[in-house]
Design a protein. Structure first.
Lengths: 251, 229
């Protein structure tokens, strides 16, 4: 009897261990605009495979610098195509793993429901104190905002009113707290269940900025990580694509 | 050969302005506060002392977050500054000075408070018996006696403000010439992988910090020897 209990315990232990071994964890570097969707993606991944994700958010440029300097990330979900391509030519990725997981949209948004009109004329009116955008050197959404201001011919009039967030996440925070009345943010940040969470917005016409195509890449560090591989696979599945679309992305 | 770019020099100039203004403001605000903390027997002494010391242990992100919330349009401070016609403080030079004043408060108050406490009440009693008015006694007796405390407080406050980063990152908005101080400029260089620019400016900060702390040690040592002789 005693023996049987012992056997049972060691059996349980073995079972628990094998479960631990089967469920892996991946360290994922994620561009700040994808902060909300990655939570939903991680939940699906955990439910279907048991694998978990540890997410680090930041501007794409910042994440790039970290990866180049040896940060132990397994996957990068960037907000552009250039950064994953650069990592590929640096030899820091798993060859052939790069693909586009979303195309982002830029919004002019205010936390005030009456501030932004459907054509974005508020930008020309100058009837605001500050407009926030992300650092164009490191954040692709910031670079897109610069293109929009340029195309509208408003760069010089807006310059004195610009404040810079270090990522699109901080930029959103500046607008959300009302410290900047307006801000160029990602559509995914203001949508909930496909609807505007609050405030007012102008969906900026695609003609005013080059498409924000966002690439994912499996990094060298994650080449043999089952959780990282599962995430890459999951991001290409039709169900997840629908999920990502519900946050306002094109795929 | 230009070692530093014009935007680096602008950041240095701005940093010195913020630090100098913060030091002056905290000398004016911190001195009465230090006086009260050194002399009071009120039960409020300990809670106030803890409150003053809090910026030492609080993460700058906490301070930055609260400042953003309270100084914003929906915050109490924000509504007050707006009603005074001052507008909102985040993303402004004035806002940076206010944030720095909170951030560096303990570095000014504590050395001065210690100096007041160490002086004791005797010199003031003597001054009063010689019919010096309280104000006269303060400037002709207390200030000279407590000079090392004031000097230490001012230098630490200045240097600590120069070294400020997290709070500025959160409430500054990275505006060149307005809120982009040296520490943020270095961060920006690193983020954009302009490592050689980052190196040069970082070296300036390294040299500055060393010289300031060395000067402070030399000064304190000289004071101690002077007092001992």
């Amino acid at each position: 009897m005693k023996l049987r209990i012992k056997n049972l315990t060691s059996g349980t232990v073995a079972l628990v261990f094998s479960a631990v071994c089967l469920a892996d964890q991946a360290q994922v570097a994620v561009a700040a605009n994808f902060a909300e969707p990655i939570k939903a993606v991680a939940a699906v991944l955990e439910k279907t495979t048991g694998h978990t994700l540890k997410v680090t958010l930041g501007s794409t440029g910042k994440l790039y610098a970290q990866i180049k300097n040896g940060a132990p990330f397994d996957v990068l979900l960037a907000a552009n195509t250039a950064t994953p391509a650069a990592l590929e030519s640096d030899g820091l990725t798993t060859p052939g793993s790069r693909f586009s997981y979303a195309t982002g949209k830029l919004l002019l948004w205010s936390a005030d429901a009456n501030k932004v009109d459907a054509r974005g004329d508020v930008l020309k009116s100058g009837n605001f104190r500050k407009v926030a955008y992300a650092n164009p050197k490191t954040a692709p959404y910031g670079a897109a905002a610069v293109q929009v201001m340029d195309k509208l011919g408003l760069t010089s009039t807006l310059t004195p009113k610009l404040v810079q967030g270090e990522s699109i996440g901080q930029t959103f925070n500046f607008v959300h707290t009302g410290n900047a009345e307006l801000g160029f943010v990602a559509m995914s940040q203001v949508l909930e269940g496909g609807k505007l969470k609050g405030g007012s917005m102008w969906l900026i016409p695609q003609a005013l900025y080059s498409p924000i195509q966002q690439d994912a890449v499996l990094l060298q560090h994650g080449a043999n990580n089952p959780a990282a591989q599962a995430l890459m696979k999951l991001l290409q599945s039709p169900n997840i694509k629908d999920l990502i679309r519900s946050y306002g992305y094109d795929i | 050969m230009a070692l530093l770019t014009s935007s680096d020099l602008q950041a240095i100039g701005l940093t010195l302005q913020v630090a100098a203004l913060t030091t002056v403001i905290l000398l004016l605000v911190g001195t009465p506060l230090a006086w009260w903390l050194a002399r009071t027997r009120s039960w409020l002494k300990k809670p106030m002392g803890a409150l003053v010391a809090m910026p030492i242990v609080l993460p700058p992100s906490v301070l930055g977050f609260y400042l953003l919330v309270f100084m914003g349009p929906n915050g109490t401070v924000g509504q007050w500054t707006q009603s005074l016609g001052l507008g909102l403080l985040p993303f402004t030079f004035a806002g940076l000075v206010v944030a720095s004043s909170f951030y560096s408060l303990p570095f000014m108050v504590q050395p001065i408070q210690n100096a007041f406490a160490n002086m004791g009440t005797r010199p003031l009693e003597v001054a009063a018996s010689l019919r010096a008015s309280p104000l006269d006694a303060f400037f002709s007796v207390v200030v000279p006696l407590c000079k090392p405390g004031f000097v230490t407080g001012a230098i630490m406050c200045f240097a600590h403000t120069v070294g400020e980063f997290g709070v500025v990152l959160m409430v500054g908005g990275n505006i060149p010439g307005v809120t982009r101080v040296v520490s943020v400029q270095i961060y920006d260089h690193v983020e954009a992988m302009e490592y050689s620019d980052a190196h040069r400016l970082a070296a300036v900060m390294l040299g500055f910090s060393f010289v300031v702390l060395l000067a402070l040690h030399v000064y304190n040592d000289a004071q101690r020897k002077g007092a001992g002789a």
